[in-house]
Design a protein around this ligand. Structure first.
Ligand code: FPP
Length: 252
């Protein structure tokens, strides 16, 4: 085909593979209950699904993968389940960090750190420090995370600047507030996936999700894999993203 006959570029081309995918990994408990297993087994299988998904995300060319691994509201679960989840995080970092580092993954953590167990906090910081200069997939772990709390933290940081007279109240814009979120350098997620059939955001990335495409899949998280990720991306590609503007017409 000569250059003159080349088809017009698809206006959706830049979004073919979403740059930033965020996942609400839901349904571990129901996956376990459906098999007569303890909830902890669902979470353990959830970590396996996470390993597969991180690998697949890197292979598919996704730049940033954000995972909701422990919400600020999860503290209301029974103490034994919280112990299980903390144990899994510890083991995930201890066992998988070297492998993640070798494959060039950079780990970042968002969420409130000040009230975490010092040992967990140290592990999260070590993961960030060890992988800081990697330039493969960025894995953003939302831990002890709630979006309203994140927005309140950002507002408090801005308030400090205003009180110190470094910022005029009239200079407080959406952009300025966004610069005070937990990971202000990251682009908003293009695609947010929630597994298990629930259709809500549950206090996840409320600010950043303003123009994200939301894809809800019936699969319980432990059964999520590369094929499920690819099919969520295929659904994303069928969406038309307008960001509040008008549809892009081919040839305009
Ligand atoms: C939701 O399932 C999942 C969570 C609360 C936590 C997600 C955690 C993992 C995938 C494993 C831990 C990984 C790390 C890195 C800490 P649910 O318990 O709400 O399931 P249900 O809605 O069916 O009860």
């Amino acid at each position: 085909m000569s250059h003159a006959e080349a088809p017009l570029p698809d206006p959706r081309e830049p979004f073919e593979i979403p740059r930033h995918v965020a996942i609400i990994m839901d349904g571990n408990g129901r996956w376990a209950a459906a098999r007569g297993l303890p909830r902890g087994e669902g979470h353990r299988r959830g970590v396996e699904a996470l390993r597969k998904t991180v690998r697949a995300a890197g292979e598919l060319g996704i730049s940033i993968l954000t995972i909701f691994s422990f919400s600020a509201e999860n503290w209301s679960r029974p103490a034994s389940e919280i112990r299980d989840l903390m144990g899994l995080l510890r083991r995930f970092i201890r066992n998988d960090l070297v492998e993640l580092h070798k494959s060039g993954v950079r780990v970042r953590v968002i969420g409130e750190r000040s009230d975490l167990d010092p040992e967990i906090r140290k592990l999260l910081e070590e993961a960030e420090e060890l992988t800081w200069y990697n330039n493969g997939l960025m894995l953003v772990v939302a831990f002890n995370y709630g979006a309203r709390q994140e927005i309140a933290r950002a507002a408090a940081r801005v308030a400090v600047e205003v009180a110190a007279k470094r910022i005029e109240p009239s200079a407080v814009t959406a952009e300025l507030l966004a610069q005070h979120l937990d990971a202000p350098d990251l682009p908003d997620p293009d695609l947010i996936i929630r597994t298990s059939g629930e259709q809500r955001l549950s206090n996840f990335l409320l600010w950043q999700a303003a123009y994200s495409e939301l894809v809800f899949v019936p699969t319980y998280w432990p059964d999520f894999d590369r094929a499920a990720l690819e099919s969520a991306i295929a659904e994303f590609r069928r969406r038309e993203r307008r960001f509040g503007g008008l549809a892009v017409q081919a040839g305009t």
